[in-house]
Design a protein around this ligand. Structure first.
Ligand code: SAM
Length: 262
């Protein structure tokens, strides 16, 4: 089960992508070219698939895969005017795509949820042609880089992460991908570090909403670790107050790992 699922998840993902501003340049920097056949593995509401479609143009093709039907419906609606983009329901670990059928694979904020990442990476490599590029973008330590960061808030944040870890979630997946790409046999492996957010002062409304939706979605898994819903919600309120503090500094990174399929 996808831990972050909620009625507001599509909106959160589009806001997050719109705010990041770097996706287009990182797609280009990691080798997405006009005319390419590209895969967006775990595409969510299709905002990045849309940018990929603009970059490859009608001479190329984009396939977006996701497990969630509602996300796919949103993605299809966004991209209805581009016949060279299609979406299908599939697990990134079993895509059903033919061998060596794409030139470029992108997967963002999906590997963090997969307890069996080598299986997913092997599948993404299988569908990539020799010489094609596999790119995985993910978090590393999201939620911990804050100052001031009162100790009880740090402990509460760790409690949430530990609860999620029992469901296969890995907060530090970003730093692990370089060696996992190398072990899988990918070549010319490189890593880019990008800001997920950087807030000197009070977080804006978009980031506050991002965290509010995240906390609400994680409540069923995380609340028991606090002994119930009320103490969990109190932790979340305090964390949000910290984000809103005009004297506080907060940041989070995204690590983008790319490699060539031999
Ligand atoms: C955090 S969202 C990221 C969406 C998009 N890549 C982005 O960056 O905006 C994670 C997405 O992965 C999907 N997902 C989770 N596990 C998956 C799996 N095993 N196979 C395919 N999609 C999966 C979820 O349904 C969700 O839409």
């Amino acid at each position: 089960m996808y831990l972050m699922e909620s009625t507001e998840e599509g909106r959160r993902l589009l806001a997050q992508e719109g705010a990041s501003g770097y996706v287009r340049s990182v797609l280009v920097a990691t080798g997405l070219q006009p005319g390419a056949r590209a895969l967006d593995a775990g595409c969510g509401p299709g905002g990045i698939s849309e940018t990929m479609a603009e970059l490859v143009g009608p001479a190329g093709a984009v396939v977006g895969l996701d497990l969630n039907e509602e996300r796919l419906r949103e993605a299809r609606a966004r991209n209805a005017h581009r016949p060279w983009v299609r979406f299908a329901q599939a697990d990134v670990r079993r895509t059903g795509l033919p061998d060596a059928s794409v030139d470029y694979v992108w997967s963002q904020y999906v590997f963090e949820y997969l307890p069996d990442r080598p299986v997913a990476l092997a599948e993404l490599m299988r569908v990539t042609r020799p010489g094609g590029r596999v790119v995985v973008s993910d978090i590393d330590g999201l939620g911990f880089q804050n100052w001031p960061f009162p100790e009880h808030l740090r402990v509460g944040t760790q409690r949430i992460v530990d609860a999620l870890a029992t469901r296969g979630f890995d907060l530090h997946v970003g730093r692990k991908l370089f060696s996992e790409f190398r072990s899988a046999g990918l070549q010319d492996v490189r890593v880019h570090l990008l800001p997920y957010y950087l807030v000197a002062g009070a977080a804006d409304e978009r980031l506050m909403k991002d965290w509010e939706i995240r906390f609400a979605a994680l409540e069923p898994v995380a609340a028991p670790a606090f002994g119930g819903h009320a103490p969990y919600q109190e932790h979340c309120r305090e964390f949000l107050r910290m984000l809103a503090d005009p004297d506080g500094f907060k940041y989070a990174v995204t690590l983008v790992t790319e490699g060539t399929r031999p």
